[in-house]
Design a protein around this ligand. Structure first.
Ligand code: IMP
Ligand code: MG
Length: 205
């Protein structure tokens, strides 16, 4: 697999799943950990501090994009030390399962009115950026006072549209990752780290 060599160059990448791997059925299909649990938590604390400072005196509305953002939303929101509200949106992309078409269907819309709100959109990963691009356009039309994005992961150099993502956790090579909210065929969302699947796992599922 072409991408694997690029990933192994990431500094501090842990090369084996946790020592309990054999006993943890979640980890059977994981080849290696790319971003460890502690590293994610440290980064979210850092982002939370930055967001706390940036939104001081305001009461932001955090919007999580389901399903992937549910884990990050829970952890990040607890590192933001100002009053805030949360809401969720569920979207599905039209087209083939593995490729984003850029046309997005809203499966669950927001409960909140966005007019005049300071909105912070929480995304698990920015890949082609097409989903995010569509969402930003849609949300901007609802006239929020401000609109920013916080993404845990951003794949480097493959965005097909220009996107201003103010808060980024980690830039990663353009390989398929799972865990910490991210799925493959709906599995692996409950891994506490971001990892790479064993090639056989793609064939098995
Ligand atoms: P984009 O529109 O290409 O940026 O992709 C957006 C969505 O595709 C993300 O919110 C994820 O749900 C999914 N996705 C993209 N890359 C990955 C990946 O590496 N692992 C799991 N899901 C991914
Ligand atoms: Mg998915």
């Amino acid at each position: 697999m072409e991408g694997r060599s690029a990933l192994s160059e990431i500094e501090g990448a842990v090369h084996v799943p946790s020592v309990e791997a054999a006993a943890d059925a979640r980890e059977r299909d994981i080849e290696r950990v790319l971003i460890g649990e502690q590293e994610i938590q440290d980064k979210l604390r850092e982002l939370g501090d930055q967001i706390t400072r940036d939104y001081e005196g305001r009461e932001p509305l955090l919007i999580g994009v389901l399903k992937g953002a549910f884990v990050m939303m829970a952890d990040l929101s607890r590192h933001i030390r100002i009053p805030l509200e949360v809401d969720f949106m569920a979207v599905a992309s039209y087209g083939a399962a593995t490729k984003t078409s850029g046309v997005v269907r809203i499966l669950k819309d927001l409960d909140h009115d966005l007019e005049g709100r300071d909105v912070l959109l929480i995304e698990d990963i920015v890949d082609s950026g097409l989903t995010l691009n569509y969402l930003l356009k849609n949300l901007r039309g609802r006239r929020p006072a401000s609109l920013e994005v916080c993404a845990l992961l951003k794949k480097t150099g493959i965005q097909r549209v220009h996107l201003d993502v103010k808060y980024v956790g980690f830039e990663i090579p353009p390989d398929f990752v799972v865990g910490y909210g991210l799925d493959f065929a709906e599995r692996f969302r409950n891994l506490p780290y971001v990892g790479l699947l064993r090639p056989e796992a793609y064939a098995d599922i």
